[in-house]
Design a binder for this molecule. Structure first.
Ligand code: GTP
Ligand code: MG
Ligand code: NA
Length: 343
């Protein structure tokens, strides 16, 4: 039952967890970038977004599973802040994702925002995996750059393996106390009931192939219906930003459908509905973070799933976190205005 690649959109994955567990660093490790070091105080304060094309994921996972069949065009990842004061941004991210990564620091175990994030994901029945990050901090860890995790573990001394197993067991027990069954992913035979743990290092890359492959294979296997592309536009405003030379722009996640230059759109505004025309559609380059200033790619049209910076007139009072609607030939403008303000 092969599904045509063109008919599936990229899964949207949200990365969540307690402050400083390594969410941004994990994405840096996949992108080959240094976004985290440029953040004020090393703290993420905005939602981020990056598109990872399937060919990059294939390259990164070929040692682990050279014959893996990737049926989705790519993976779209939303970075969220872990600091306690940004629960609105965590909620915004978790509301629009298909799947999530819950990051836990192996040296710290579960922390307050781990549990907060876990509860947000459970509220919407979102499937997620646990990235048990910073394995390189285990005492005596031998670096195996970008290696699949089983290969990396096989190369460690007995003492490292003992410490790893002890910390893993502690984390599994802590999740159990939250009413959640978890297991290291390659031993997890009850996917769906038991959540998978993938050990990782964002510094030396161990376990990153496992994390990427698991996310893609899991979503294309169990979420075909959800990921089947539909024409109806589903789009959420992530941030409203003033960009020199572009005026007020909105960063959106296009979850489904196609947006075109010249489309008439309705956004929710703090002073009433905003009706405007898309002037330009800009996307960051693949493997680049949307929130980092850089060059953008211009498009006549963009197909979901993607993150897009939209420039248009009159966006000054647009409200982040609300939906954007397109006025098509058979849409009543007043009706669209009303729907836009319902968020
Ligand atoms: P917030 O977005 O602010 O919640 O933090 P974060 O979860 O994105 O963590 P971030 O990527 O900012 O990393 C926090 C610190 O941990 C940084 O100093 C990283 O260099 C370090 N770090 C992240 N991942 C790893 C890892 O796998 N191993 C080691 N040794 N350090 C890591
Ligand atoms: Mg971060
Ligand atoms: Na941080």
């Amino acid at each position: 039952n092969e599904v045509a690649k063109e008919s599936l959109r990229s899964p949207i994955c949200c990365i969540m967890g307690h402050v400083d567990t390594g969410k941004t660093k994990l994405l840096d490790c996949i992108r080959g970038t240094n976004v985290q070091e440029g953040e004020a105080g090393g703290i993420t304060q905005q939602i981020g977004a990056t598109y990872f094309p399937a060919e990059n994921i294939r390259e990164r996972t070929k040692e682990l599973r050279p014959d893996a069949k990737l049926k989705v065009p790519g993976l779209f990842v939303i970075d969220t802040p872990g600091h306690e004061s940004f629960s609105n941004l965590r909620s915004r991210g978790s509301n629009l994702c298909d799947i999530a990564i819950l990051v836990v620091d192996i040296m710290h175990g579960l922390e307050p925002q781990t549990i907060e994030s876990l509860n947000l994901l459970r509220k919407r029945n979102t499937e997620f995996i646990v990235a048990l990050n910073k394995v390189d901090r285990l005492y005596g860890w031998k670096t195996c750059k970008n290696a699949p995790i089983e290969k990396a573990l096989a190369l460690q001394s007995k003492d490292v393996v003992i410490e790893f197993n002890m910390r893993l067991t502690q984390v599994i027990t802590q999740f159990k106390e939250q009413g959640l069954n978890t297991e290291i992913y390659y031993k997890n035979k009850e996917m769906g009931d038991t959540f998978s743990i993938v050990p990782t290092s964002a510094i030396s890359g161990e376990g990153i192939p496992d994390m990427l492959l698991y996310l893609v294979m899991w979503s294309q296997k169990t979420m075909v219906e959800k990921l089947t592309f539909v024409d109806k536009v589903q789009c959420t405003v992530l941030e409203v930003k003033v960009i020199p030379g572009h005026g007020t722009t909105i960063d959106v996640v296009l979850v489904n459908g196609v947006l075109h230059e010249g489309d008439q759109i309705v956004a929710c505004g703090s002073q009433g509905p905003i009706i405007t025309t898309v002037r330009s559609l800009l996307t960051p380059h693949p493997m680049k973070e949307l929130r980092v200033k850089g060059t953008y790619q211009h498009h006549r049209e963009v197909k979901a799933a993607q993150c897009i910076k939209i420039t248009a007139q009159g966006l000054e009072h647009a409200v982040a976190g609300t939906s954007l609607h397109v006025i098509g030939p058979d849409v009543d403008v007043d009706e669209a205005k009303k729907t836009a303000m319902e968020d």
